[in-house]
Design a protein around this ligand. Structure first.
Ligand code: ATP
Ligand code: MG
Length: 618
């Protein structure tokens, strides 16, 4: 990571000297290419002091038009990342430093919680994916290709198969377990809509861990320790986050949690109960009885409803609330028979819940033409009354006795429809998307909906992969059993981007100390002034000797521009060295977040700055 002199020389060559003034400066810096104030490296080889003129940190006034959210805009403008193609980004030095910070925090906690680091290949033979059954199931996000021998390969979007393959070969006995292995590695998922910069890339860096246990109790313990490690990691990253229950597929259970950074721009909708601390991804969120029906039963009656095609229209025409309209949707099911799904008119269908109800088979809404072909009913007038297909209904439908449903012919509906009496339902299930104010499934208090960015995910897998791929261990009684697995992921780039999304103002990024590319921006304002140069270099040496990561803005630029760039880049502490301050023997310390300014005596400034740094890290 340390920058050697040849790179710097190359840098200097690439950009010819802008300023060759009396102090013998060359390159972009005002202090001279060989002058004091060079890159400093600490005992571990990490760069701890860096001159901006010899770096690659291109700032921009405007962000690209395609950048929709603030973190994407700021990360481009501050010169942290650059796009290569859709969903594929390069990290420039400054961005890479933040990524490395996140990496170190993650590694520390994973190591502390007894996970062992490995590094698995990104290119994987398709055979493994055929064994697990995911080669066909994973869909177009899986990048598939052939090598020169015409063998099917994939670029790993995740590594359950590879790690299970290692464990089935290397683990024999209960004595080898429990085991937790993790890596920090590049994944590729051919996302249909890569966007938001690092948030949803096609290529991205993930920490993925996999636990292996002999029984459920052990697997739960592994799960809980990873959960705790994640709480520590995101706390140490300086993020405000929430942990929510997440969908865990058709097998169900509560053994999946997502770590969510709360932000308006988040792609996930989350339901929170303030009263009992229930928190869930909307994909999974259950609710209590979210609608009460209290109208007495009446006989089914056909009504002429000319032109009423949509729920609001129909509700107005029938003088009934939208919740009493029954939406009938025909779904085709991957590898199975079509189903008719009923939900109240004011709610949306939750496709994840429906998929789970279909044992994991993918449902697709039938086109009007397909629906007509399957049901024999004209387009748009599908009805459960007399339907020949299987019917699944949301729980609320089961409580209804005066629903409005299609009549199976143009411009007619039935009113007073009662499930069970007027049509048969194979199953009443929770199939709707929870809404703001719905009763909490645990305590009945109203749920609040918020948005979040999924930065981490912990998942109890059970024996899905160990059974499919034959990962077994021998117990003390000599019997073989499948290993119980868990998997645990964190997106590194997404975590850094989420931090920017959560911590910024109109001028730029506000890094938490833990993820900041450097801790201090050192700004000499008059770079031709001997006294300013001398004081700056003294501070630079003292700070870096004290272990404070310092970025020295040695560019011969206007103070206004230096301040603007410093705000944009958002290092937590800014130290300004000016003629005026030095006349009083002082330098200025400004905190990026609070904007608080303190004048420090030059003699003791480095100590005081280090103390501020330490306080922010504590
Ligand atoms: P999402 O629902 O956002 O698509 P996922 O649930 O498919 O993500 P996991 O398989 O749980 O993702 O991956 C673990 C972690 O990897 C996620 O919590 C997230 O931080 C990160 N991650 C997943 N997909 C991406 C992506 N396309 N770009 C950046 N990070 C990602
Ligand atoms: Mg996930």
């Amino acid at each position: 990571m340390s920058q050697d002199t040849s790179t710097k020389a190359a840098n200097a060559k690439a950009k010819p000297a802008k300023d060759t003034s009396d102090n013998g400066a060359s390159g972009r810096g005002a202090f001279g290419q060989d002058a004091p104030g060079q890159t400093k490296v600490d005992a571990t080889g990490e760069v701890i002091g860096q001159r901006l003129s010899a770096y690659l940190a291109p700032t921009m006034k405007e962000s690209p038009a395609e950048a929709e959210i603030v973190s994407h805009k700021l990360m481009i403008r501050a010169g942290l990342i650059r796009k290569l193609s859709a969903g594929i980004y390069s990290y420039l030095p400054m961005g890479l430093r933040s990524l490395r910070k996140a990496e170190r925090i993650i590694r520390t906690e994973m190591n502390r919680f007894n996970a062992r680091e490995v590094l698995l290949p990104s290119v994987q033979p398709a055979e493994l994916w055929k064994e697990s059954g995911r080669f066909d199931k994973y869909g177009p996000e899986l990048l598939r290709f052939k090598d020169r021998h015409d063998r099917d390969c994939v670029y790993g979007p995740t590594h359950e198969e590879v790690i299970t393959d290692i464990v089935r070969r290397e683990v024999r006995s209960f004595r080898d377990l429990p085991l937790n292995l993790y890596q920090i590695q590049t994944k590729f998922r051919d996302e249909i809509r890569p966007r938001f910069g690092l948030m949803r890339g096609r290529e991205f860096i993930m920490k993925d861990a996999y636990s292996f246990d002999v029984d459920d109790a052990g697997a739960d313990l592994s799960y809980r320790s990873m959960y705790q490690a994640y709480v520590n990691i995101f706390t140490n990253c300086g993020l405000k986050f929430a942990v929510v229950e997440a969908d865990s597929g058709p097998i169900g259970g509560s053994f999946s949690h997502e770590f969510m950074v709360l932000a308006e721009s988040g792609e996930d909708a989350l339901a929170f109960c303030d009263k009992c601390s229930y928190a869930s991804n909307i994909e999974k969120a259950k609710t209590g009885d979210y609608v009460i029906y209290d109208v007495p039963e009446a006989p089914l009656e056909k009504v002429h409803t000319p032109g009423c095609r949509h729920v609001p229209q129909l509700a107005a025409f029938m003088k009934t609330p939208e919740s009493s309209i029954i939406k009938s949707m025909l779904f085709e099911v991957e590898g199975g028979d079509p189903v008719l799904v009923l939900i109240p008119g004011h709610r949306e269908i939750n496709l994840i819940k429906l998929k789970n109800a279909l044992d994991g088979a993918n449902p697709t809404l039938a086109s009007p033409e397909e629906a007509e072909r399957i049901t024999g009913v004209p387009m748009g007038f599908v009805t459960p009354v007399g339907a020949k297909v299987k019917i699944l209904a949301d729980l609320a439908i089961g409580r209804m006795n005066n629903g409005v449903v299609g009549a199976g012919e143009a411009d007619y509906h039935f009113k007073n429809a009662k499930p069970g009496r007027d049509f048969a339902v194979s199953g009443y299930l929770d199939l709707n998307v929870a809404g703001q104010g719905d009763p909490c499934p645990h305590c009945g208090a109203p749920l609040a909906l918020k948005r979040g960015i999924e930065v981490g995910h912990v998942f109890k897998l059970g024996t899905k992969y160990s059974l499919a791929m034959g990962a077994k261990f021998m117990g003390p009684d000599g019997n073989e059993s499948p290993i119980i697995m868990g998997c645990y992921g964190i997106g590194l780039g997404r975590t850094v981007a989420a931090s920017v999304e959560q911590n910024h103002d109109k001028d730029g990024i506000i890094w938490p100390m833990a993820l900041a590319p450097f801790q201090v921006a050192l700004l000499p304002l008059q770079v031709q002034n001997e006294k300013v140069i001398e004081a700056t270099l003294k501070l630079y040496d003292e700070l870096t000797d004290l272990g404070v990561e310092t970025l020295l803005d040695d560019r011969d630029e206007r103070p206004g521009l230096k301040f603007k760039d410093a705000d944009l880049l958002g290092l937590p502490l800014r130290v300004t060295v000016s003629e005026k301050g030095l006349n009083n023997g002082q330098v200025e310390l400004k905190e990026r977040e609070s904007r608080e300014v303190t004048m420090l005596p030059l003699e003791t400034a480095a100590r005081a700055i280090k103390d501020s740094r330490d306080k922010a890290l504590a």
